[in-house]
Design a protein around this ligand. Sequence first.
Ligand SMILES: [Fe+2]
Ligand SMILES: [Fe+2]
Length: 168
Amino acid sequence: MSEITTPRDLFLHELGDILYVEEKLEQEVLPKLMDEVKSTEFRKGLEKHLRETRTHVENLEQVFELLGEEIQKEECVGFEGLKKEHDQLVEESSEDLIDLVDAGAVARTEHYEIAAYEGLITMARALGERDVIELFEKNLKDEKETLREVESLAKELTKASAKEMSEA
Ligand SMILES: [Fe+2]
Ligand SMILES: [Fe+2]
Protein backbone atom coordinates (compact mmCIF):
# COMPACT_ATOMS: atom_id res chain seq x y z
CA MET A 1 0.00 0.00 0.00
CA SER A 2 1.31 3.41 -0.90
CA GLU A 3 1.57 5.88 1.94
CA ILE A 4 1.35 8.89 -0.33
CA THR A 5 -2.00 8.78 -2.07
CA THR A 6 -3.24 12.37 -2.25
CA PRO A 7 -1.69 15.66 -3.39
CA ARG A 8 -1.83 16.77 0.25
CA ASP A 9 0.14 13.67 1.34
CA LEU A 10 2.75 14.53 -1.26
CA PHE A 11 2.82 18.16 -0.12
CA LEU A 12 3.40 17.07 3.50
CA HIS A 13 6.09 14.65 2.39
CA GLU A 14 7.92 17.39 0.47
CA LEU A 15 7.58 19.66 3.48
CA GLY A 16 9.15 17.02 5.74
CA ASP A 17 11.86 16.52 3.16
CA ILE A 18 12.96 20.17 3.12
CA LEU A 19 12.75 20.32 6.92
CA TYR A 20 15.22 17.43 7.02
CA VAL A 21 17.52 19.37 4.68
CA GLU A 22 17.33 22.61 6.66
CA GLU A 23 18.01 20.82 9.95
CA LYS A 24 20.99 18.96 8.51
CA LEU A 25 22.36 22.20 7.15
CA GLU A 26 21.93 23.92 10.48
CA GLN A 27 23.27 21.19 12.72
CA GLU A 28 25.91 19.57 10.60
CA VAL A 29 26.70 20.80 7.13
CA LEU A 30 27.10 24.58 7.44
CA PRO A 31 29.22 24.36 10.63
CA LYS A 32 31.40 21.76 8.88
CA LEU A 33 31.84 23.98 5.81
CA MET A 34 32.70 26.92 8.07
CA ASP A 35 35.56 24.85 9.49
CA GLU A 36 36.65 23.76 6.06
CA VAL A 37 36.92 27.01 4.09
CA LYS A 38 39.96 29.27 4.09
CA SER A 39 38.43 32.50 2.79
CA THR A 40 37.21 34.81 5.57
CA GLU A 41 34.59 36.30 3.25
CA PHE A 42 33.26 32.82 2.48
CA ARG A 43 33.19 31.90 6.18
CA LYS A 44 31.24 35.05 7.00
CA GLY A 45 28.76 34.26 4.23
CA LEU A 46 28.28 30.75 5.62
CA GLU A 47 27.81 32.15 9.10
CA LYS A 48 25.11 34.50 7.83
CA HIS A 49 23.35 31.66 6.04
CA LEU A 50 23.57 29.51 9.17
CA ARG A 51 21.64 32.18 11.06
CA GLU A 52 19.10 32.35 8.23
CA THR A 53 18.84 28.57 8.19
CA ARG A 54 17.82 28.56 11.87
CA THR A 55 14.92 30.80 10.86
CA HIS A 56 14.13 28.49 7.91
CA VAL A 57 13.68 25.59 10.33
CA GLU A 58 11.40 27.70 12.54
CA ASN A 59 9.39 28.86 9.53
CA LEU A 60 8.85 25.28 8.41
CA GLU A 61 7.79 24.22 11.88
CA GLN A 62 5.30 27.06 11.78
CA VAL A 63 3.97 25.79 8.45
CA PHE A 64 3.21 22.39 10.03
CA GLU A 65 1.45 24.19 12.83
CA LEU A 66 -0.64 26.33 10.47
CA LEU A 67 -1.62 23.19 8.59
CA GLY A 68 -2.66 21.54 11.85
CA GLU A 69 -0.19 18.72 11.25
CA GLU A 70 2.49 17.18 13.41
CA ILE A 71 6.05 18.11 12.55
CA GLN A 72 7.49 15.23 10.59
CA LYS A 73 10.86 14.97 8.89
CA GLU A 74 11.50 12.76 5.88
CA GLU A 75 15.01 11.63 5.06
CA CYS A 76 16.00 13.50 1.92
CA VAL A 77 17.94 11.10 -0.30
CA GLY A 78 18.75 13.85 -2.81
CA PHE A 79 20.49 15.94 -0.18
CA GLU A 80 22.36 12.93 1.17
CA GLY A 81 23.60 12.41 -2.39
CA LEU A 82 24.83 16.01 -2.58
CA LYS A 83 26.64 15.55 0.74
CA LYS A 84 28.27 12.35 -0.44
CA GLU A 85 29.35 13.97 -3.69
CA HIS A 86 30.89 16.86 -1.75
CA ASP A 87 32.79 14.60 0.65
CA GLN A 88 34.15 12.56 -2.24
CA LEU A 89 35.25 15.65 -4.14
CA VAL A 90 37.01 17.04 -1.04
CA GLU A 91 39.00 13.81 -0.80
CA GLU A 92 39.94 13.94 -4.46
CA SER A 93 40.89 17.61 -4.55
CA SER A 94 44.04 19.39 -3.45
CA GLU A 95 43.89 21.55 -0.32
CA ASP A 96 44.03 24.88 -2.10
CA LEU A 97 40.93 24.08 -4.15
CA ILE A 98 38.68 23.34 -1.14
CA ASP A 99 36.99 26.74 -1.14
CA LEU A 100 36.04 26.29 -4.77
CA VAL A 101 34.77 22.77 -4.11
CA ASP A 102 32.68 24.08 -1.21
CA ALA A 103 31.33 27.01 -3.23
CA GLY A 104 30.12 24.50 -5.83
CA ALA A 105 28.50 22.36 -3.16
CA VAL A 106 26.72 25.37 -1.63
CA ALA A 107 25.47 26.50 -5.05
CA ARG A 108 24.07 23.03 -5.78
CA THR A 109 22.37 22.93 -2.39
CA GLU A 110 20.80 26.35 -2.90
CA HIS A 111 19.45 25.25 -6.28
CA TYR A 112 17.98 22.20 -4.57
CA GLU A 113 16.35 24.30 -1.87
CA ILE A 114 15.03 26.80 -4.42
CA ALA A 115 13.42 23.99 -6.42
CA ALA A 116 11.89 22.58 -3.22
CA TYR A 117 10.40 25.91 -2.12
CA GLU A 118 9.10 26.76 -5.57
CA GLY A 119 7.44 23.37 -5.73
CA LEU A 120 5.93 23.79 -2.26
CA ILE A 121 4.57 27.23 -3.16
CA THR A 122 2.93 25.81 -6.29
CA MET A 123 1.40 22.95 -4.31
CA ALA A 124 0.24 25.20 -1.45
CA ARG A 125 -1.48 27.46 -3.95
CA ALA A 126 -3.19 24.52 -5.68
CA LEU A 127 -4.30 23.05 -2.34
CA GLY A 128 -5.74 26.37 -1.15
CA GLU A 129 -3.22 26.62 1.74
CA ARG A 130 -2.48 30.26 1.03
CA ASP A 131 -1.48 31.28 4.54
CA VAL A 132 1.69 29.18 4.45
CA ILE A 133 2.98 30.64 1.18
CA GLU A 134 4.51 33.70 2.82
CA LEU A 135 6.71 31.53 5.07
CA PHE A 136 7.98 29.55 2.06
CA GLU A 137 8.64 32.79 0.23
CA LYS A 138 10.74 34.12 3.10
CA ASN A 139 12.98 31.05 2.94
CA LEU A 140 13.10 31.14 -0.85
CA LYS A 141 14.28 34.75 -0.83
CA ASP A 142 17.26 33.89 1.43
CA GLU A 143 18.17 30.89 -0.74
CA LYS A 144 18.16 32.98 -3.92
CA GLU A 145 20.31 35.64 -2.29
CA THR A 146 22.76 33.04 -0.98
CA LEU A 147 22.99 31.50 -4.43
CA ARG A 148 23.80 34.88 -5.98
CA GLU A 149 26.46 35.54 -3.34
CA VAL A 150 28.13 32.14 -3.62
CA GLU A 151 28.14 32.37 -7.41
CA SER A 152 29.97 35.69 -7.35
CA LEU A 153 32.37 34.36 -4.71
CA ALA A 154 33.08 31.30 -6.87
CA LYS A 155 33.90 33.60 -9.79
CA GLU A 156 36.39 35.55 -7.66
CA LEU A 157 37.95 32.38 -6.28
CA THR A 158 38.31 30.86 -9.75
CA LYS A 159 39.98 33.99 -11.09
CA ALA A 160 42.34 34.16 -8.10
CA SER A 161 43.38 30.52 -8.31
CA ALA A 162 43.82 30.68 -12.09
CA LYS A 163 46.07 33.71 -11.60
CA GLU A 164 48.10 31.92 -8.92
CA MET A 165 48.57 28.94 -11.21
CA SER A 166 49.77 31.06 -14.12
CA GLU A 167 52.26 32.79 -11.82
CA ALA A 168 53.55 29.56 -10.30
FE1 LIG B 1 17.42 27.13 3.78
FE1 LIG C 1 20.23 27.57 1.76
